[in-house]
Structures are given as structure tokens and as C-alpha cells.
Write a protein that binds this ligand. Structure first.
Ligand code: FES
Length: 305
């Protein structure tokens, strides 16, 4: 591509990025994160979600067993059912199937919502605000679909369709905010995903082994990357320092039963291999290969060898 074509392409891209409707949409989606008044209901609600006696099911709802957040997978069920119901409502002979799909959407919305709430309770305030508006839109959608099902069961098909369309509008708005929360506000992605690109490709020294007190996490720098060193007996474990959940500083965490617990939301990573033993994190924490040369600790990513 020549220089003038590059220039034209850059201008075109820039024009796309500055279109007023795009800015307005972005502003709309960004706004809830700034609504501090939402902190008032968010705090007791968060405490109530944390107090739910879920036991090991809390980790299951986060998606620790799956290695991926469970909520985005579960929401496909009600959204798929309701979108299909919206189409069948207007297809000849599709009424009965539409009714079944509205009911199936309501049944599957419960587990999807519960998984969302347990994830939400471990977010920070700005993301909790957006999450709360997301939940409000979805709850409105559920209520509208419940009304739609009731109207359908009483033979009021036109009212049932109308309530269904209103429900679909509400859950679509909720889905847009959910997507914004994930992609723009980064509430779900693996925050340690960039580690393999930033990590040094060769062995890097972290200092004398004697500088690392047993059982106490210590922060060090390996190339451009912060790492945390935990010495247990003769062995040193080295993990990426920023938690895969929301980038909490693992060097300020605590060592519990061979795992490192994040100080922010309590995710626990096994020192040996970085696997998640407790959520909310679902992605493993990158672990470095180590060696000791003349009493000095060195690290590199396992893939580098
Ligand atoms: S930042 Fe949330 S558990 Fe580590």
C-alpha cells in the first residue's frame, strides 16, 4: 500500500471512530460505570450474594471446573429460546412452539442469573454499577416474559406477543451492557493472557535464593514483567504477579496449602502449576520454569525451552 493510500485509510478509520452515533452509543454504555448512587444498593446486595450458602457450588458457578466463566455460556439458553420464540410468534403455525420456548427461556434464566450474580459480587465498584444495570434490564426482561407466558396461557395471544417483544428488547439491552462489561470494561477476560508475549525468552536472574523468605510472596521483575516468587522449603515457585481475574497484586497475597491467594477477591492458584483451586478466577496463572545457578534464582517461561 502506498503512502497516500495509507493516509486515506487512516482518515477513513479515524472518521469511523469519531462518528457521532458511535460516540453516543459508547457514552450510553459507559455511563452506568459512573453512577455512584448505584453503590448504595450494590453494597448490601453484594453482601447478600456472598452470604448465600453455596459452598463448592460457588466455584462451579464461576466456571472454575470449566476453566472459563460459566455465565456467558449459560445466557445463550434463555437468549436463544426467546429470540427463536420472537420469530416463531410470526411464523404460521408457530404459536405453540413459541409458547414452549418462552417457558424454556424462563426456566433457563434462573441458573444463568445465579452464575452472573456470583461473578458480579467479586467485581470492583465501577464494574458492579454497570453489572447492576445489566441485571436490572435482564430482570425486567424476565418479568415481561413471565407476563407474556401468562397472557399466552389465557389465550391472549396478541398481548403475549407484545410482552414477548418488550421482553426481547429489555434482554437485548441487558446483553449489550453485558458485552460492554466484558469487552470494554474487561470484567471477564484472562488478565494474564499477555504474559507469554511479555515474558523474557531466555533465562533471567531474580537474585540470590536466600533473599526469598520461606512462605512469603516477594515481587520481582523479569524483563518487562512483574513476577511473584514464593519459596517453599528448597523450592522456589514463580508466577506472573498480576492476578488473572482483575490484576490484583499476588505479591500481597497469602500462601495457603500450597496455593497463593489473591488479596483482592480471594482467587487461589496452585503454586506448582498455577491452576485455579478457588474462583472467581477461571484462567490459570502463568507459572515460570526455574533453576538455581550458584545460589541465584533464574526463570523463564516453560515454552521458551
Ligand atoms: S484480582 Fe480478583 S481475585 Fe485476584
Amino acid at each position: 500500500m502506498n503512502t497516500s493510500a495509507l493516509h486515506t485509510s487512516a482518515l477513513h478509520t479515524s472518521a469511523l471512530h469519531t462518528r457521532p452515533w458511535s460516540r453516543r452509543l459508547r457514552g450510553l454504555l459507559d455511563a452506568p460505570a459512573h453512577w455512584q448512587f448505584l453503590d448504595t444498593p450494590a453494597e448490601p446486595l453484594s453482601d447478600a450474594v456472598e452470604a448465600l450458602p453455596l459452598g463448592p457450588y460457588r466455584d462451579a458457578l464461576h466456571g472454575v471446573w470449566l476453566g472459563h466463566p460459566l455465565h456467558p455460556a449459560l445466557v445463550q439458553l434463555p437468549l436463544g429460546c426467546w429470540t427463536s420464540a420472537g420469530l416463531l410468534d410470526f411464523a404460521p403455525g408457530g404459536e405453540r412452539s413459541a409458547d414452549t420456548l418462552v417457558a424454556a427461556g424462563l426456566l433457563t434464566a434462573g441458573p444463568a442469573a445465579l452464575a452472573g450474580w456470583v461473578d458480579w459480587a467479586r467485581l470492583d465498584p465501577p464494574r458492579k454499577r454497570t453489572g447492576l444495570v445489566h441485571a436490572l434490564a435482564n430482570t425486567t426482561g424476565v418479568l415481561l416474559y413471565a407476563g407474556s407466558l401468562l397472557a399466552r396461557s389465557r389465550g391472549r395471544r396478541a398481548g403475549g406477543r407484545l410482552l414477548g417483544l418488550a421482553g426481547l428488547t429489555a434482554v437485548s439491552a441487558g446483553a449489550a451492557l453485558g458485552g460492554h462489561l466484558t469487552y470494554r470494561l474487561a470484567a471477564g477476560p484472562d488478565r494474564a493472557a499477555a504474559v507469554p508475549r511479555l515474558a523474557p525468552t531466555d533465562w533471567v536472574g531474580l537474585g540470590p535464593v536466600d533473599d526469598f523468605p520461606p512462605g512469603q510472596p516477594v515481587r520481582r521483575t523479569a524483563g518487562e514483567l512483574s513476577v511473584v516468587v514464593v519459596r517453599t522449603g528448597e523450592r522456589c515457585h514463580v508466577l506472573a504477579e498480576r492476578c488473572a481475574h482483575l490484576s490484583g497484586p499476588l505479591s500481597e497475597g497469602t500462601v495457603v496449602d500450597g496455593c497463593l491467594r489473591c488479596p483482592w477477591h480471594g482467587s487461589e492458584y496452585r503454586l506448582r502449576d498455577g491452576e485455579v483451586t478457588h474462583g472467581p478466577a477461571t484462567a490459570p496463572q502463568p507459572v515460570f520454569e526455574t533453576r538455581v545457578l550458584s545460589g541465584h534464582l533464574e526463570v523463564r517461561l516453560p515454552e521458551a525451552g
